[in-house]
Design a protein around this ligand. Structure first.
Ligand SMILES: Nc1nc2c(c(=O)[nH]1)N[C@H]1C(S)=C(S)[C@@H](COP(=O)(O)OP(=O)(O)OC[C@H]3O[C@@H](n4cnc5c(=O)[nH]c(N)nc54)[C@H](O)[C@@H]3O)O[C@H]1N2
Ligand SMILES: Nc1nc2c(c(=O)[nH]1)N[C@H]1C(S)=C(S)[C@@H](COP(=O)(O)OP(=O)(O)OC[C@H]3O[C@@H](n4cnc5c(=O)[nH]c(N)nc54)[C@H](O)[C@@H]3O)O[C@H]1N2
Ligand code: SF4
Ligand SMILES: [Mo]
Length: 719
């Protein structure tokens, strides 16, 4: 192996926390070759000392975990039997190359797929390029369950994803985002903005901490938000409170939008959403009095109509004149010469021939999501699970999973498990023996974010940020690039490579490539951990919008071409289309995905401090609902949904944060100490109860992960 670019040495260094995409600035202290402290960096130009417990305890906890996987393992019994034998890297990589080459020889390259979280982290890009090197366009990202709808909508409309300039906003519109739990930098900025007099509108069915600072709180029924956005536009247009200059010069399809929203009055929206009409009107007037920043999140994404909901808010942002404006939503760009991981993914020299990319699983049905025109060119996951189980549209026989715990975090745990069991070959790169890793043929030990060097563009800054390989890898752990490079070499020896898309010899070379000729020196980045990137308000003449017309497309030509509704619309939630008998059997509405400060999805479950903070999966139930169900606080209950694969057990917490009739839970639950191979993933994990098939968003292929009908019943106590 060549150098892994570790900058090990004792001292305290500025770095970037890499446990989530917020990218907070950290100060990492190394003593005697071990990380003894991770602390917030108060001097950091972007996060300014905001940080969270996951960064402070989670990252060192993963690195030093006694149960960490530090050597490659080969299955030594039937799949999932829990019998393992430690092997050398040479053995592991030879075996992996043999098995992948065999699948490729028998079924062709498309029968091999990769699974990652997405191209926000370098490992996502690297696994995608490894797949492309094998000749396969198939890589799975978890973004259909995360930010997929907003990304598809933003691309179709030509507006930024995020970019909320809370610090300079007069009005802040928070929709489906609980920054308090999810993003400490954003939460600090919102609190500060409120203190200096900004007005805050929150649209959320739950009483989250932001509601306590809100001037207006619109408690919409889950999945109905699009109606509010359409009605806000109706009010702004009817009262002439939209940005006429921006609309006239830079928006495409205003007349069509005006016609579409004309009938969506606040009174009508009130019927759909349960929010009083005068509150919707007040929100419209407040948002129109900008500049206004739209802060949005997962609460309106990952729905089977999520793209249309986002389209409505993105059009609102545009007609409000808040695109690329101080205090609005900024288009942020990395410095010229710098490559984001997404840039590399889309660059012609890193692409497979178009005819192959068109065969990406899901590309035919969801062209704006999967395949050559797709946001990240990835697959449609539920269709890949089907392909493994049914060989349609063609067989998928081998999977390489890195940095994602798909058995726990994809809906329909039992089906994902059946699919993983049905594979000819499964390799998982991981830190811990997750339920996904338990089903592997080969488990590869991964470096942690304290052992890996990463250079990235943090859109929230905007800034170029640097994560230091503060300590050398524990045991024999390796980073994704090192694994991929050695694999490609071995695959090439077996004639199983179409073209090598991984030209870098180590992580440092890759990071230097990412930095490119941006003018930012590696040394400066290492020294500071963060180089801010200047932002200037939009000069739309020189930098038009990235759409067909070069304008913000209120009427989306891309959506029209894909055979989709080109105008934003209110699509009633799936539950409202279900027969009355089903609604009677499943009388409640389920939200999933509540973020917990001590966990990052399924991560940190092995760590005692996190289990102490949050020992059990919680289901929030309103006191009235609990009384009607005779459920006591702290009781174990089961939750299931219509056409779901089974039930999940959760612990009731009675709280008026959630409205009557709506129950709300987290996600990502498993217990390392529960019986292998599932470790509780089929019991206490909400995805054990959710289907991954059903109504899919016609543009992004997303399934409903909240707003579903459900029923709650008493359950046996936990054994
Ligand atoms: N501590 C911690 N932080 C995290 C994570 C973590 O696991 N742990 N995960 C990270 C990741 S990957 C993500 S994607 C983000 C997610 O973080 P957020 O984007 O904040 O998303 P959620 O917490 O899922 O939901 C936010 C809000 O949406 C509301 N909501 C639910 N349904 C609806 C609806 O129909 N309409 C509206 N308007 N609101 C609704 C919920 O009540 C909740 O208050 O958090 C990131 N940050
Ligand atoms: N029902 C329901 N399902 C959901 C959601 C929901 O709200 N409701 N939320 C969805 C969302 S927003 C998301 S983002 C997904 C998250 O889904 P996942 O990405 O699967 O979530 P994590 O638990 O963060 O899994 C990351 C895995 O990667 C490993 N890992 C962590 N860091 C590294 C690293 O540096 N390198 C490598 N190779 N591995 C690493 C960890 O060990 C862990 O096993 O879940 C989605 N699933
Ligand atoms: S929010 Fe927490 S986990 Fe995410 S980057 Fe910041 S410190 Fe790390
Ligand atoms: Mo996410």
């Amino acid at each position: 192996m060549e150098s892994r670019a570790s900058n090990s040495g004792d001292g305290t260094f500025p770095s970037t926390c890499w446990e989530c995409s917020v990218c907070c600035g950290s100060l990492v202290t190394v003593e005697n070759g071990r990380v003894t402290k991770v602390a917030p960096n108060p001097e950091h130009p972007y996060s300014k000392g905001a940080f969270c417990i996951k960064g402070i305890r989670g990252a060192p906890g993963i690195t030093e975990s006694p149960s960490r996987v530090v050597r490659p393992r080969r299955r030594a019994g039937p799949r999932g039997s829990g019998a393992w034998r430690e092997i050398s890297w040479d053995e592991a990589l030879d075996e992996m190359a043999d098995r992948l080459a065999a699948v490729r020889g028998e079924h062709g390259p498309l029968a091999i797929a990769g699974a990652v979280s997405g191209a926000f982290f370098s490992r996502g890009l690297i696994v995608a390029l490894l797949m492309r090197s094998l000749g396969s366009p198939n890589w799975m990202i978890n973004q259909d369950l995360c930010g997929g709808c907003r990304a598809v909508s933003a691309r179709a409309t030509g507006v930024p994803v995020g970019g909320d300039d809370v610090a300079n906003a007069r009005t802040i519109l928070i929709v489906g985002r609980n920054s308090y739990a999810a993003d400490p930098v954003q939460w600090a900025a919102i609190k500060q903005a409120k203190e200096r007099g900004a007005r805050v509108i929150v649209i959320d069915p739950k009483r989250i901490p932001a509601c306590d600072l809100a001037d207006l709180w619109l408690r919409a029924r889950p999945g109905t938000d699009a109606a509010i956005a359409l009605a806000m536009m109706q009010v702004m247009i009817a009262q002439g409170l939209y940005d006429r200059t921006f609309v006239a010069r830079w928006c495409h399809g205003f007349a069509e939008l005006k016609e579409r929203v004309a009938s969506c009055t606040p009174a009508l929206a009130a019927q759909f959403t349960g929010v009083p009409a005068d509150a919707i009107t007040a929100a419209a007037l407040m948002y129109a009095d900008g500049p206004s920043a739209f802060v949005s999140g997962h609460g309106i994404d990952a729905f089977s109509a999520g793209v249309q909901t986002y389209r409505a808010f993105h059009c609102l942002m545009a007609i409000g004149g808040n695109v690329d404006r101080l205090g609005g939503n900024r288009r942020v760009k990395p410095p010229r010469g710098f490559s984001t991981y997404l840039d590399v993914l889309h660059r012609p020299e890193f692409r497979l021939p178009r005819a192959i990319e068109e065969r990406t699983i899901g590309a035919a049905q969801f062209p704006l999501w999967a395949g050559p025109q797709g946001w990240q060119t990835a697959c449609h996951n539920p269709s890949v699970i089907s392909a493994i189980l049914t060989a349609k549209p063609y067989p998928v026989r081998a999977l390489y999973v890195s940095g994602v715990n798909i058995l726990v975090t994809y809906p329909d745990t039992a089906r994902t498990k059946a699919a993983l069991r049905a594979l000819d070959f499964l390799a998982v790169a991981t830190h811990e023996m997750t339920p996904t890793a338990e089903l592997a043929d080969l488990v590869l030990p991964k470096t942690t974010a304290l052992e890996e060097e990463e250079v990235s563009f943090a859109a929230g800054g905007p800034a170029v940020v640097y994560t230091r390989a503060a300590v050398p890898p524990r045991g024999e752990a390796r980073c994704d690039l090192d694994i991929a490079i050695d694999l490609v070499d071995r695959l090439a020896q077996r004639g199983a490579i179409s073209k090598n898309f991984l030209p870098w010899r180590n992580q440092r070379a890759f990071n230097e490539f990412i930095l490119g000729d941006s003018g930012i020196s590696f040394e400066e980045l290492q020294r500071t951990g963060c180089v801010p990137v200047p932002w200037r308000p939009g000069n739309f003449t020189d930098a038009p919008f990235a759409t067909r017309t070069g304008k913000v497309e209120l009427f989306s030509e891309t959506m029209r071409e894909a055979g989709l509704d080109p105008l934003p619309a209110y699509v009633p939630p799936t539950r409202e289309t279900q027969p009355a008998a089903v609604r009677a059997d499943y009388p409640l509405i389920l939200l999933t995905g509540d973020r917990e400060k001590s966990y990052h999805h399924s991560r940190f479950r092995e760590q005692a401090w996190a289990a102490k903070v949050s020992p059990d999966p919680i289901l929030l139930i309103h006191p009235e609902t609990a009384r009607a169900l005779s459920v006591a606080d702290g009781a174990w209950v089961t939750v299931d949904v219509p056409n779901g694969p089974g039930a999940c057990r959760l612990r009731a917490r009675i709280s008026d944060r959630t409205p009557p009739g709506v129950v709300s839970t987290g996600m990502g639950w498993w217990r390392p100490h529960s019986a292998a191979p599932d470790h509780g993933a089929l019991d206490i994990n909400i995805n054990a109860a959710l289907p991954y098939e059903g109504r899919w968003d016609p543009a992004s292929g997303s399934v409903d992960t909240r707003g579903l009908l459900c029923r709650v019943r008493a359950a046996p106590a936990q054994i």
